[in-house]
Design a protein around this ligand. Structure first.
Ligand code: SF4
Length: 123
């Protein structure tokens, strides 16, 4: 086996370091959950409930349950809360794969991934 020349060694080191840097960055993004499924657009003509809507705010509503304020709602950290999203809520009526109507927040549509403190299990 021929020894590396200095130039070959430097080139391979740069490629290896770049690869590790890119993989590390990607891993961090995945580990932090920043690569996430995007919420689809709502059905034509319908607007999502704004999270700063007074009722939505009072109920701690977010279109993506991941953004719940865990300081205000620590029970959302419990494993059993994982499936507590609008799709599984008694107040939710599905419109399509990503959206539906809520009988409490009525100024728009809610994402199937949403959550608020009025959540109750669909029977
Ligand atoms: S009441 Fe249910 S459907 Fe309505 S926003 Fe809250 S969790 Fe979603």
């Amino acid at each position: 086996m021929k020894p590396f020349t200095r130039k070959q060694f430097l080139n391979r080191s740069i490629v290896l370091a770049s690869t590790l840097f890119l993989l590390g960055g990607e891993w961090n993004l995945i580990a932090k959950g920043t690569i996430e499924e995007k919420i689809s657009d709502p059905p034509d003509g319908l607007k999502p409930i704004l999270e700063n809507d007074p009722t939505a705010q009072a109920l701690g509503f977010h279109q993506d349950a991941k953004y719940t304020d865990f300081n205000l709602y620590p029970e959302r950290k419990q494993p059993q809360a994982k499936n507590q999203v609008c799709l599984q809520c008694a107040q939710f009526t599905k419109l399509n794969e990503g959206w539906g109507k809520c009988s409490i927040l009525t100024n728009g549509v809610v994402s199937t991934k949403g959550w608020c403190s009025a959540w109750s299990k669909k029977s």
